[in-house]
Write a protein of this length. Structure first.
Ligand SMILES: Nc1ncnc2c1ncn2[C@@H]1O[C@H](COP(=O)(O)OP(=O)(O)O)[C@@H](O)[C@H]1O
Ligand SMILES: [Mg+2]
Length: 297
């Protein structure tokens, strides 16, 4: 079990299932399917807690009923919420459009953040920190932590040196063709010195990790997706679990891809605990966890 800090959003997702593909300028049919807990920080934190880690979420929710309800769900999922700030703004909300193939489009309609970057990050004990936030002002805090702690950060943002980290993760769908063609170049620019791995996820095509000397790939399983929301967040949980368990990057990447694919099979934003436990017990049965190795950069 590791102590992991997750920095990222907690959101109230409203789900709209589309009867037909999205087409700009058209008149479409869909069904509103209610609300559920989501947000990149919450999704990854829940899956890591289900994997047996002590997970502290650093986030913000409003002082409203939605914030209250989301916090209660996080606590029930085993996530430590002591460092989730309550701020006088509406809780983060997203509209999630799920097309008939299960692919999602996210529309952020309210974003709840603390005014100042969370300096408490400097004092919290952790074996690893996962960052899923677009706040650029986190850079000095992450630089301080990355000197002694494993930092895995999602991009964007992509400004130079805005994400000091040993491992960066990006979704291909968020990158320009030029960035996708040279992920390590992008990673070195965004992380500055100290980057070991740049990981790029690519939906049904799986994921790859590149370092100065290696290029690894992990295929995704062929599945009938029902809702791809949170696939990247689940991937991050599998990857971070692998890294804090001292698996080599090839295995951590494969575990991330496995978590990500599983997330596409559930009509939830966060991967359910039962799914996480099943994947990890299958992983152990297949013997892939038996060779712990230091994850040298
Ligand atoms: N359609 C899919 N089929 C199988 N696996 C998928 C699919 N979409 C996502 N995944 C898995 O989830 C991971 C993350 O998904 P991706 O779509 O790249 O991230 P994001 O959710 O950030 O868009 C992928 O690397 C893959 O392992
Ligand atoms: Mg995707």
């Amino acid at each position: 079990m590791a102590g992991i800090i997750v920095i990222g959003s907690v959101a109230r997702d409203e789900i709209l299932r589309m009867a037909e593909p999205l087409r700009t300028g058209s008149h479409l049919n869909g069904t509103l399917c209610g609300y559920r807990l989501g947000g990149g920080g919450a999704n990854t934190a829940i899956a890591l807690a289900a994997a047996g880690h002590r997970v502290t979420l650093v986030a913000a929710v409003g002082q409203d009923a939605a914030g209250e309800a989301l916090l209660a769900e996080l606590v029930a999922a085993g996530v430590e919420t002591e460092h989730v700030a309550r701020v006088p703004r509406p809780t983060t909300r997203s509209l999630i459009l799920v097309d008939p193939t299960g692919e999602r489009t996210v529309v952020n309609v309210a974003r709840c953040e603390e005014e100042e970057p969370p300096r408490r990050l400097l004092d919290l004990p952790a074996d690893a920190i996962y960052v899923r936030s677009r706040r650029r002002e986190l850079a000095p805090l992450l630089a301080a932590r990355a000197a002694t702690t494993l930092v895995v950060a999602h991009v964007p943002p992509v400004e130079p040196r805005c994400r000091p980290a040993q491992v960066l993760v990006a979704s291909r769908s968020d990158l320009t063709p030029a960035q996708a063609a040279d992920p390590l170049g992008l990673g070195n620019e965004v992380a500055g010195q100290g980057l070991c791995w740049m990981v790029v996820t690519d939906g049904a095509a799986g994921a790859r990790a590149v370092s100065a000397t290696q290029s690894l790939t992990a295929a995704a399983q062929l599945v009938q997706t029902v809702d791809t929301t949170g696939a990247g967040d689940a991937f991050a949980a599998g990857l971070v679990h692998g890294l804090v368990s001292h698996l080599p990057m090839s295995d951590a990447l494969a575990l991330g891809a496995r978590f990500g694919t599983e997330a596409t099979l559930w009509r939830t934003s966060a991967l359910p605990a039962e799914a996480v436990r099943r994947i990890l017990s299958q992983w152990e049965e297949s013997g892939r966890s038996c060779a712990p190795r230091r994850n040298g950069c």
